[in-house]
Design a protein around this ligand. Structure first.
Ligand code: X8Z
Ligand code: ZN
Length: 627
């Protein structure tokens, strides 16, 4: 999370979540035309001039810079020490932010139609789209929205779950979903996790009931700003209309879907061998609790059940990290070292002094990993309950990507201190993770021998269980939210609509019957935290597109999956040219600065996984795929 995230996100919870939150984008939804009387009034008030616009922008920038730092520090304290008082503080700061942000967004509309230089128009658009969840302007509404969001965020992070009469930490339950192979036990954990969003507190509020209230308020706020609903406002942050953006997501999904379908078919067949026809029928969607992850969003933990025989990699990164005495700090140092090898400056001392890199024993914290920029400059930090394993090795690089991006664009206007689009912010560190190849691991002393090419399919399977398995989940999270915000789904159909999308896109089903009383989306952090999710889908696409461009630049000629750009200063320089732009220009310009292309494109993923695709098709030749 960055200050800008703070500035431009209407909820404390979104702040906590902050993963390079997007400030809002130039273009998008056509603003509502003023009614006749309104136009008249503006004209009579005084036609605004370019000087007025300049003064307004300066005022917003100054306020943003100052309040943003305050908001970030309050949010940091709350996220790293959740209690009554810090919730109170963050709710107040959030209220003030929303009230002021909405006022500015409305005021910015005064300058509609004025002939201004491009960067001023872009700044005004950022201001209009800036608030993540706008409250209506009527008194009390921003405070109500802030209270709801703080309460939902805190309920998610601190919700208690008992197994066999004992309270079990949430992170332990997540780990258990990856390790346990007993379907009854998996089902029990899966179900208990989803009791939290429907559990009422002493005042009768649950994540489920709060969510519906949040939707009504945010929609009212978005409509006052001239958007059809809050979902349309979110879709307007991509330098194109909300309609074009939804179509863009579908276009990219169509590019990668064949790969997912083959992976699904193979995984289901192997799970059938493990669990039998009753639990994994071969013509049905897969039971969601069998895929090694609380949300079935990435399947790396069941690698042992699905890996290609004879091609499994001869090492486990988790085991190598443990054997080499890695600690959370040492993993972060490895990440820093990678960025340094590309020519980036080392992390500031304060990163190490002020970050929260492990879970404190004695207080409630928000464990969901996030990267923060607290002062628009060098006070960058990560908040993460890091464990020493391959998953967290990857996540550390992901988070550091946010921090290096934040630092790279620190000289831009605060209104442009955000990702070129939300997907870019999430893809920076992810691009680096693709360079964590066996050759790289040997270079840094984590393995002794690079497996030969016969193991490539096994390595690609490991990678696909993360990246390819994730794609439909990344897509459907916000498809669901868009339907909720548009009113297509109502509280009575929230859960049914959720499972319709989970089945349609992921080909999975719940392990036990669900009802309208359940609220399964509320069991995923980004829903109560109001962090938009389309960014992660786009990041999966961009990550490979960036990787391919970087490998080309480094002069790599072999298969894409064996390329590591570790040590390439040329890649670092070009990468930085994109990063330092922040959101100062429409994202196609940033993309072109690094890759030469102006369109997001899934063909690099397809190329990367080609050897696995060939193998999967062969494996699936006699199987019936689909659901
Ligand atoms: O939320 C995150 C990051 C936050 S910066 C850890 N991710 C998504 C998730 O956990 O669901 C990264 C991958 C997708
Ligand atoms: Zn992130």
């Amino acid at each position: 999370m960055s200050i800008k995230s703070i500035l431009f996100s209407a909820s404390a919870a979104a702040l906590i979540a902050g993963c390079g939150e997007q400030a809002g984008d130039a273009s998008g939804e056509t603003p509502r035309q003023p009614a006749e009387g309104e136009t008249q009034m503006l004209v009579e008030e005084a036609a605004p001039t370019r000087e007025d616009a300049e003064a307004f922008i300066e005022k917003v920038e100054a306020w943003t810079r100052e309040f943003g730092e305050y908001y970030a520090r309050v949010s940091w304290v709350q996220a790293t020490y959740i209690n009554f008082d810090t919730n109170w503080l963050v709710t107040n700061a959030d209220t003030e932010f929303t009230e002021q942000g909405v006022k500015f967004a409305n005021e910015a509309k005064r300058f509609n139609g004025l002939d201004l230089p491009e960067d001023m128009t872009r700044k005004l658009e950022k201001i209009k789209l800036g608030v993540n969840l706008p409250a209506p302007e009527r008194p009390g509404a921003a405070a109500e929205l802030a209270e709801i969001n703080t309460r939902m965020g805190a309920a998610y992070e601190t919700g208690k779950i008992e197994l066999d009469g004992e309270e079990v930490p949430r992170s332990t339950l997540e780990t258990m979903m990856g390790e346990i192979r007993d379907p009854a036990r998996l089902q029990e954990i899966w179900t208990k996790w989803r009791d939290v969003p429907i559990a009422a507190d002493d005042d009768g509020n649950s994540i489920k009931s709060d969510y519906a209230k949040m939707v009504a308020l945010a929609n009212e706020g978005a409509q006052e700003l001239g958007y059809a609903d809050a979902g349309a406002m979110w879709r307007s942050r991509y330098d194109m209309t909300p309609y074009a953006f939804a179509a863009e997501m579908d276009r990219l999904w169509d590019q990668v879907k064949p790969l997912y379908d083959e992976l699904h078919c193979h995984v289901r067949a192997r799970l059938n061998e493990q669990y039998g026809d009753d639990i994994v029928p071969l013509d049905q969607p897969i039971r969601a609790d069998l895929l090694g992850n609380m949300w079935a969003q990435s399947w790396g933990n069941i690698n042992d059940l699905v890996e290609p025989e004879g091609a499994a990699p001869s090492y486990s990164l988790t085991e190598q990290l443990v054997a080499n005495d890695y600690t959370p700090v040492k993993i972060f140092e490895a990440g820093e070292n990678f960025f340094s090898s590309l020519g980036f400056d080392p992390l500031p001392e304060t990163f190490w002094e002020r970050s929260m890199l492990t879970k404190p024993a004695d207080r409630e914290v928000a464990c969901h990993a996030s990267a923060w920029d607290l002062d628009w400059a060098d006070d960058i930090r990560v908040k993460m309950c890091t464990k020493v394993n391959a998953d967290d090795f990857r996540t550390v690089h992901h988070e550091l990507g946010h921090n290096y991006y934040q630092r790279a664009y620190q000289d831009r206007s605060v209104l442009f201190q955000t990702g070129a689009n939300g997907g870019f912010h999430e893809a920076i560190g992810d691009m680096i993770t693709l360079s964590i190849t066996p050759t790289y691991l040997k270079q840094v002393g984590l393995i002794d021998e690079v497996p030969d090419a016969s193991k490539d399919v096994g390595l690609l399977m490991t990678e696909a269980l993360e990246g390819v398995a994730f794609l439909p989940f990344g897509l459907l999270m916000d498809k669901w939210r868009w339907q909720v915000f548009s009113g297509e789904l109502t509280p009575e159909t929230y859960n049914e609509g959720w499972w319709a999308l989970r089945t349609q896109y992921q080909g999975i089903r719940p392990p036990v019957e669900r009802s309208a009383a359940d609220f399964d989306p509320g069991g995923k952090y980004h829903i109560p935290a109001n962090v938009s999710y389309e960014r992660y889908f786009l990041a999966r696409v961009l990550q490979f597109q960036f990787h391919k461009a970087a490998c080309d630049l480094a002069g790599w000629e072999g298969p894409l999956h064996r390329c590591s750009v570790y040590g390439s200063k040329a890649v670092g320089a070009r990468f930085n040219a994109m990063l330092e732009m922040g959101a100062a220009e429409p994202w196609p310009e940033a993309l072109a600065a690094f890759t030469g292309a102006r369109e997001m494109d899934g063909s690099a993923i397809v190329e990367y996984f080609d050897p696995l695709m060939v193998w999967l098709k062969d494996q699936n030749a006699e199987r019936t795929c689909g659901w």
